[in-house]
Design a protein around this ligand. Structure first.
Ligand SMILES: [Zn+2]
Length: 247
């Protein structure tokens, strides 16, 4: 904690110096209004863009990715992303906001992508061909889907410290040996219990298990309940800003 505080103080001091040298042009960024840019990280089966909004300030180092949904019929997380797309954020937060990894499924309010694949069973970690013909189909092979590969490319390129991915309706934050302090902090901030999720059986090919096993990043699953109040959405956005900046 003391290291983080010191870093922030140093950053603030540097921002003041920079502002003085440049006639004050960067003070707005240093005080929490981030710079924004939006880019496309891939396209869906039906050709819809998968976009990411990058919001960051000068020198921000805590890199956090937020994914509104990967299952297209679990859309409460989109509201969290919408909140995070607006307003001030901690100066040290380097935030990457993906509204949906599954734009075709989201447009159709359907769990799977347009090939009928459950993208959260399609990642190349303990992948197995299971559930063909059901809404839990893992796909014909690991990483067979363009949406899966788009997300893999982004994670490998920017190497986030933390990835938060939203689901419904299991109501909890997924326990995760790689980062229990972060899990507990997010759960407390969001008013959700810490739970162990079993993915309807064995957890094959899930996004968070791929990230946590195959990359240096920490991925955390957040499951809202079936309906989500506006205050819980706001709490979730605030928790991501606060926990992300304190990583
Ligand atoms: Zn889900």
């Amino acid at each position: 904690m003391s290291v983080c505080t010191y870093r922030r103080l140093t950053l603030a001091a540097a921002a003041v110096l920079l502002a003085t040298a440049s006639g004050g042009a960067v003070t707005a960024h240093a005080s929490g209004a981030p710079q924004e840019s939006t880019s496309t990280i891939g396209t869906s089966v039906r050709g819809r863009p998968i976009t990411v909004m990058h919001r960051t300030g000068p020198g921000a180092t805590r890199r956090v990715v937020v994914i509104g949904d990967i299952h297209g019929d679990e859309q409460a997380g989109l509201r969290v992303v919408r909140q995070l797309q607006r307003g001030a954020q901690p100066a040290d937060l380097d935030l990457w906001l993906i509204r949906t990894v599954n734009p075709d499924g989201t447009a159709a309010n359907r769990r799977t992508n347009a090939h009928g694949v459950d993208l959260n069973r399609n990642f190349p970690y303990r992948w197995r061909d299971v559930g063909r013909g059901t809404r839990l189909w893992s796909g014909p092979r690991a990483a067979s889907e363009p949406e899966t590969r788009s997300l893999q490319r982004l994670v490998r390129r920017i190497r986030p410290d933390l990835i938060v991915t939203f689901h419904q309706p299991l109501f909890g934050v997924g326990a995760n040996e790689k980062g229990m302090p972060v899990v507990r902090a997010l759960a407390a901030g969001m008013g959700l219990p810490v739970k162990t999720f079993h993915c309807s059986g064995v957890c094959n090919g899930s996004f968070t298990s791929w990230v946590n096993s195959r990359t240096s990043s920490l991925a955390v699953t957040v499951e809202f309940g079936p309906t989500v109040s506006a205050s819980r959405i706001s709490r979730a956005a605030a928790a991501i800003r606060r926990v992300g900046a304190a990583l």
